[in-house]
Design a protein around this ligand. Structure first.
Ligand SMILES: Cc1cc2nc3c(=O)[nH]c(=O)nc-3n(C[C@H](O)[C@H](O)[C@H](O)COP(=O)(O)OP(=O)(O)OC[C@H]3O[C@@H](n4cnc5c(N)ncnc54)[C@H](O)[C@@H]3O)c2cc1C
Length: 535
């Protein structure tokens, strides 16, 4: 076994060291962020946190007549690094946003292979380094037909925490860090971020852009607002959502569609109150023409059916969702949304960077959009801090980002491509889809030839954007193995699953109940304000 297989992708969060100050003047003085959705405020906060401090002026402009999209309730573990880099404690933001912890995602009903109808995609823990080798070696043995245990759920601590509804926050004495993400109310998160950004000096302008005026050279020069005012900066971030007002409409960056790779283009969202146990996971259940997310917040579940209008009408999709929830006649409002999967060809064009939905949207299966918002803003801040916003910096930014978006797209495509459902044209078309990137085709060919894909992922030949653990969890989790098994050799049977089970069961004892932990981080009640007292 190669060393690479033994190491979990443990990107521990890297907090920025606020305090290091760049002496030089920033290469731009005033950044105008157009759009006050989550993308706009996250970008503004990271810009305001740059090493230039107040010398970099940041303004967020949002329209009074175009609202935010108001969905996006799950994150990857990177969001932890976002808050840590800003010095914002979980006890401050989580209660305000009704947030819960997320240890990973259960995929339910994507595969019909016996024993593999459901699997859990764990976020990694340092502890998983101890069970990663048994998992990878067993998967390799199973690919060669050996009858060994190769389902991911038994190998990783997060799967156990989910079963037991425990928070992925171990006692201080537990010596292993756990990677975790969050669920949150996206509207409340937007409000919280706006409040923090304004506290930190970000200016807020309410105005509807009616015209993006370009300079003679073709840069964005200023924004004409509906009330007759003009707003100008020397650099712009387009966070106008799917409107893509600056980068797409004004600067003409072409759109690269992922429609051939990913069929879904619509979603229906329903919220259902709850007060039960809180499993720290998103559940993604395959339905007839797409999949449904189930996201637990402290006060309610968020459900969303992501489907393709090419295969199912919105009315039928809503009926299917309500039946799935067991609430066919409940008086719960449903919101219908449309989206287009894809990315702009150049997320940084001239003096404008696109972020959020204005930049790219794959589809929400792995809840990755805010990750790209964060990474894009961090990369922009890094370029500004280097004082380098020239052609080479722009090219590097675009190449890096586009590569990551496409790698993530390929991982998401793999969920659809490997499905074995045969109940609808939708699932059959997904399984038959040949619009796969060259790296993804190579990865799947290697796996189907029963060869390890570890080295290819480690070298970046294929599988960009996701770690070895995730690729193995997906492909083994849906049971993509040769038919039939034989007795394992002594070498193939070298791992004792009872030892793995025992290690994980003992470790799980160090984690608290999720709901109790969330209650404990509620902020202390504040005394009534003077205003309330006199009123
Ligand atoms: C179905 C679905 C599920 C999703 N699930 C997830 C998830 O689980 N995890 C995740 O990370 N992401 C998810 N996303 C993506 C997530 O919703 C977005 O990335 C996030 O909300 C940020 O959106 P945004 O700020 O880019 O755009 P929006 O929220 O749409 O904000 C756009 C802003 O632009 C402003 N604006 C527009 N036009 C003008 C104008 N003319 N003048 C001035 N201002 C203007 C608006 O006022 C608004 O403030 C999901 C998206 C969809 C569609």
């Amino acid at each position: 076994m190669s060393d690479a297989t033994a190491t979990v992708f443990n990107h521990n969060v890297s907090a920025r060291h606020v305090g290091a100050r760049v002496d030089a003047e920033p290469p731009v003085k005033h950044v105008v962020v157009v759009g006050g959705g989550t993308a706009g405020w996250m970008t503004a906060l990271l810009l305001a946190n740059s090493a230039y401090g107040k010398r970099l002026r940041v303004t967020v402009l949002e329209s009074p007549q175009v609202g935010v999209i108001g969905v996006g309730e799950g994150s990857t573990p990177w969001l932890r690094g976002f808050f840590e880099s800003l010095g914002i404690a979980e006890s401050e933001w989580m209660p305000e946003c009704h947030a819960t912890y997320k240890a990973g995602i259960t995929f339910d009903g994507w595969s019909t292979r016996p024993g593999y109808e459901q699997y859990f995609h764990s976020f990694a823990s340092m502890l998983d380094n101890m069970t990663m080798a048994p998992f990878i070696d067993n998967v390799h043995a199973r690919l060669k037909g050996a009858d060994v245990h190769a389902h991911p759920n038994r190998f990783f601590i997060s799967a156990k925490l989910v079963q037991q509804c425990k928070a992925p926050r171990p006692q201080a004495s537990f010596p292993f860090d756990v990677w975790y993400g969050f669920h949150f109310d996206s509207v409340l998160l937007g409000r919280f971020l706006a409040k923090k950004a304004m506290e930190r000096g970000v200016q807020h302008v309410v105005g509807h852009v009616t015209d993006v005026r370009l300079t003679e050279a073709g840069d964005v020069g200023s924004l004409a607002l509906k009330d007759g005012a003009t707003l100008a900066g020397d650099f712009y971030v387009d966070c106008t959502g799917f409107a893509s007002l600056l980068i797409g409409k004004a600067l003409g960056a072409p759109f690269v569609s992922f429609k051939d790779n990913l069929f879904n283009n619509a979603a229906i969202v329903i919220q259902v109150p709850h007060d039960g146990a809180i499993p720290p996971q998103t559940i993604s259940t395959a339905l007839g023409h797409g999949w449904v997310w189930k996201i637990p917040l402290t006060t309610r579940y968020g459900y969303g059916y992501v489907y393709s209008t090419d295969f199912c009408s919105p009315e039928n999709a809503e009926r299917e969702l309500r039946q799935h929830l067991g609430l066919p006649d409940a008086d719960l409002p449903a919101r219908h949304l449309k989206f287009r999967p894809g990315r702009v060809a150049e997320p940084w064009r001239r003096n404008c960077v696109a972020n959020g939905l204005a930049q790219s949207f794959i589809e929400p299966l792995e809840a990755t959009t805010l990750l790209f918002v964060q990474r894009s803003a961090e990369m922009l801040v890094a370029a500004l801090e280097k004082g380098d916003i020239g052609e080479a910096a722009r090219r590097q930014f675009n190449d890096t980002l586009n590569g990551r978006v496409e790698g993530t797209r390929d991982y998401i495509v793999t969920h659809f491509k490997t499905n074995t459902r045969n109940d609808t044209d939708y699932w059959r078309a997904n399984a038959a889809n040949t619009h796969l990137s060259a790296p993804l085709q190579q990865l799947l060919r290697t796996w189907l030839a029963s060869k390890p894909i570890t080295a290819g992922i480690a070298k970046g030949t294929f599988g960009r954007g996701y770690p070895i653990m995730s690729w193995y969890s997906l492909l083994a989790g849906v049971g993509l193995f040769p038919d039939g098994t034989r007795a394992p050799t002594a070498q193939e049977a070298k791992y004792d699953m009872a030892e793995v089970d025992s290690l994980i069961a003992r470790s799980a004892m160090n984690f608290p109940d999720h709901r109790e932990f969330l209650k404990a981080i509620q902020p202390k009640p504040q005394p009534p304000s003077l205003q309330v007292y006199y009123w």
